[in-house]
Design a protein around this ligand. Structure first.
Ligand SMILES: *Cc1c(COP(=O)(O)O)cnc(C)c1O
Length: 477
């Protein structure tokens, strides 16, 4: 579904629940797989995260607010680090985990990533600037993107980032020029379009690729890109091959095909030029649970399956195991997504008659598509719960909508909330750590919410709330 103009978007529905959404036995229940690991309720039914109750958070910091559970984020970062290290040790010596900063990045999060021993993937000069401000070690940063500017390449080369993923023939020439000007040899990986497109449970193997990223395998472009990089041996060093097949993926079939194609290309390029390339990158895209319909793999299970399938591909090629490159992956959503909940205050509640005796309850909150555009953009499913008190009222199927001037401004398409929900209640939406603040806007001149980190019973602001003055400061009259 695409973003749409104002109109009767879901008017075709009769207001019934989707088949994956069961009528809840307890409307206050919290499914552990949806929430940060420190989630709970206190004696009055108030949600607590990181040892802080959300009523206190709302009073102190206002709503809407993104509440980020620091311990949960760190725990997921470590789960990837350790869950990949052990199974990959016998295959490729080690596995590097690049946190994909585009999912959400601020200086504190960059520091946590560094402290937990992960690397960092950025895809713009702005994201790189955050990493620089945080003092993130340059050699553990990768830069990718299909249209990096010369200024961005210069920023990366002068900071000394550990790898630049080149995406076009033009960029190879541009980067070689930049590196020469800086008297540097830039470490390069080649973004390969592996002909695999993965969406959640199924993947599609495509013969040719109609998309903007990378060098195609099909017509020999990727091998040609390797030749182009190697021609600039005074300015570029070819370190490996890179792929990324999609997002919110729940099984490893697509990665298996991608790994096969990368391993074959790796062997072909090394043989053609008599070189070694130390790394292949399988990208990110590991799925998380937004609702009860999603069943993600634990990082350790994912690491074991990927190590197993990569080993099979290396073995099939028949190369000496000592020449096998190390493997890296780039999880974004799977680390930061479940760490964060968005707190909203309930405003208007409306019962809308859908005809034929059907009705839909619209619960309006004080944010919306400006702080979470994923529902409007992708028809993404979310869940939510009453967060500020206990209720014994019957569950009522509800649609949570924002305050913006667009009928597609929906936060949670379908969820059971207590029938006694009223203005002033707080609701919490889990799984909003990835691609919510990162994709936020100031639509309707709405200042963007703060990001509040909670841990061990205390809260601190990582990114402050925007103000109308911030917005007006850009307006020069
Ligand atoms: C977006 C992206 C990622 C992260 O994707 P997630 O779905 O957040 O894991 C990793 N690598 C590249 C190249 C990307 O573009």
């Amino acid at each position: 579904m695409r973003a749409h103009e104002a109109g009767a978007l879901h008017a075709e529905g009769y207001g019934g629940p989707p088949i994956w959404l069961p009528y809840p036995g307890d409307v206050m229940e919290l499914l552990p797989q949806l929430w940060p690991s420190t989630i709970g309720r206190d004696a009055d039914g108030r949600l607590t995260v990181g040892g802080v109750d959300v009523v206190t958070l709302a009073r102190e910091f206002g709503t809407p607010a993104y509440v980020l559970d620091e311990e949960d984020f760190r725990m997921r970062a470590r789960a990837f680090r350790d869950g990949f290290a052990a199974p990959f040790e016998p295959v490729s010596g080690r596995a590097d985990i690049y946190y994909a900063g585009k999912a959400f990045l601020c200086t504190a999060v960059a520091r946590w990533v560094a402290e937990e021993g992960l690397c960092l993937d950025v895809c713009s000069g702005g994201e790189l600037a955050v990493a620089q401000r945080a003092g993130f070690p340059a050699e553990r940063i990768g830069l990718h993107g299909n249209n990096k500017s010369v200024a961005e390449l210069e920023q990366a080369v002068s900071y000394g980032v550990g790898r630049i993923v080149v995406d076009s023939f033009e960029e190879i020439e541009r980067l070689a020029d930049v590196a020469r000007r800086h008297g540097a040899v830039a470490p390069v990986m080649i973004r390969v379009t592996v002909g695999v497109e993965a969406h959640t449970h199924e993947f599609i193997a495509t013969g040719h690729e109609d998309q903007k990223f990378g060098f195609s395998l099909q017509n020999g472009q990727a091998a040609q890109a390797a030749r182009a990089v190697l021609r600039h041996s005074d300015a570029l060093r070819l370190g490996g091959l890179h792929s990324h097949i999609g997002s919110q993926i729940f099984d490893t079939g697509g990665f298996e095909l991608a790994a096969r194609r990368l391993v074959q290309l790796h062997a072909a390029v090394c043989a053609e030029h008599g070189i070694a390339m130390e790394e292949i990158d399988l990208g990110g895209g590991f799925g998380i649970a937004y609702t009860s319909q999603h069943t993600p793999m634990a990082p350790g299970e994912l690491g074991a399956q990927l190590a197993d399938l990569v080993e099979r591909e290396f073995t099939a090629i028949g190369d000496d195991p000592s020449s096998w490159p190390r493997v890296s992956v780039e999880p974004g959503r799977a680390i930061v997504g479940p760490s964060t909940v968005t707190l909203y205050e309930v405003g208007t509640i409306k019962e809308v008659d859908l005809g034929d005796g059907h009705a839909r309850t619209y619960v309006s909150v004080d944010g919306g598509m400006s702080d979470n555009v994923r529902t409007a953009l992708y028809e993404a499913d979310y869940s939510c719960t009453l967060a500020s008190r206990r209720s014994d009222a019957a569950p009522r199927l509800s649609r949570v909508v924002g305050k913006h001037c667009e009928s597609g401004d929906i936060v949670v398409l379908d969820e059971y909330l207590p029938a006694d929900l009223r203005p002033g209640d707080l609701i919490a939406v889990p799984g909003t750590g990835a691609y919510c603040r990162a994709l936020s806007s100031q639509y309707n001149h709405t200042p963007r919410p703060p990001v509040i980190a909670v841990r061990d019973g205390s809260a601190r602001v990582l990114v402050r709330r925007e103000t109308v003055d911030d917005l007006l400061a850009l307006d020069l009259g």
